[in-house]
Design a protein around this ligand. Structure first.
Ligand code: H2U
Ligand code: ZN
Length: 349
């Protein structure tokens, strides 16, 4: 397809929204900083970390001496199973009780790791955990949100490698939009929206990582500068539908993607990432294709981030760097770490 170079809007068929692309603005002079923060040298074990094995959490509970992954119910959960489900309504004022639960998922006992630095075999263990936890929570809740906030820039409260799972009984905003869009596409074409999108983008200019099972691209309609979309090529509604081989390949693809991110600005790359799997209810979900969104905040360097402010907050998302340029830069970033190991301080420091 011919790419527009002057300011234009692009349509996001998943969320049914438009974004403004003004890619020629990247030509404007840039005098902002390009300073690299020194890589935080963290110990393998931090006695003050509430996620390290054997340590005591804020509420006094002790973590077991886990050696792979460890899951616990969030001590400050935003959703709780014992909530009353009252609905109150008075004209335009409407509120509903929301039942749910929140869990914290520790990826590895080592405090100094990031997923990008883990062995694919260990990342595969995280994929299995995500799938199993989702199935279990899906028996009680309609929407299971697996996600990770990485880095202080995204508000992660602790550098220990970990993610979260929130499960609730309502369909949240993004889930509801994607549900409608995918349902409409299947009804109109007989195919799933993301199967069509994978077919259109495979081997194309927005690909960052691709193998026989997975496509990772900067979507045509990406809102964040280096946003990516991770989609399995075979139909799968939920993480649990992925075959063993596909999970192995996902682990490798994730490590490759996250390493490219780390190498882009030579910094442990901050991001929020999470899976959108079909709602866990009795409806038919043949329209839904499993996928993950990765939303990194950085724009130009380790310290210059994109702010969703001003026009973005009041009108619609705008981006300067084109999705094609972002994809090319990520695809060109090395897929091996420059430093073989995270610099690790002696234990108990
Ligand atoms: P984030 O780093 O993405 O904020 O996730 C860490 C979560 O861990 C956070 O939601 C929880 C916080 O509520 N937490 C506990 O459950 N127990 C603790 O002792 C501290 C933090
Ligand atoms: Zn730790």
């Amino acid at each position: 397809m011919r790419l527009l170079t002057e300011p234009h809007r692009r349509y996001d068929p998943l969320s049914d929204q438009w974004i403004l692309v003004s890619a020629d603005r990247t030509d404007r002079p840039w005098q902002g900083g390009l300073d690299r923060p020194t890589s935080a040298d963290r110990p393998r074990y931090d006695p003050a970390c509430y996620l390290c094995p054997g340590n005591t959490r804020a509420n006094g509970k002790a973590n077991p001496a886990y050696d792979r992954t460890f899951v616990f119910t969030n001590d400050f959960a935003a959703l709780r199973p014992d909530t009353t489900t009252d609905r109150v309504e008075d004209g335009l004022l409407v509120a509903e009780g929301e039942v749910g639960t929140c869990r914290v998922v520790c990826y590895d006992p080592r405090h100094d790791l990031t997923m990008s630095r883990m062995a694919p075999a260990d990342v595969r263990g995280i994929v299995d955990l995500w799938a199993d936890q989702s199935t279990e929570l899906g028996e009680a809740y309609r929407w299971v949100q697996v996600f990770e906030n990485r880095g202080e820039a995204m508000g992660a409260s602790n550098p220990h490698p970990h993610g979260q799972i929130w499960a609730g009984s309502a369909l949240p905003r993004d889930a509801a939009r994607e549900d409608i869009s995918q349902r409409r596409h299947l009804a109109a074409t007989g195919r799933t929206l993301l199967a069509d999108y994978v077919a259109q983008e495979s081997s194309g200019p927005r690909v960052v990582v691709e193998d026989g099972d997975w496509l990772i691209i900067v979507p045509f309609w990406a809102a964040w500068p280096f946003e990516t979309l991770i989609v399995p090529k075979a139909p799968a509604q939920r993480l649990a539908d992925l075959t063993s081989e596909t999970r192995d390949h996902l682990a490798v693809a994730l490590v490759t993607l996250l390493t490219r991110y780390d190498n882009l600005f030579e910094v442990p790359f901050p991001y929020s990432m999470g899976w959108h799997q079909a709602p866990f209810d009795a409806d038919d979900h043949t329209h839904w294709q499993l996928h993950a969104h990765v939303y990194p905040p950085l724009l130009r360097s380790a310290t210059v981030r994109k702010f969703m402010v001003g026009y973005e907050l009041l009108a619609e998302t705008q981006r300067d760097i084109s999705p094609e340029e972002a994809a090319a830069r990520l695809a060109a970033a090395s897929e091996t770490h420059h430093v073989a190991e995270v610099p690790s301080a002696p234990e108990g420091r």
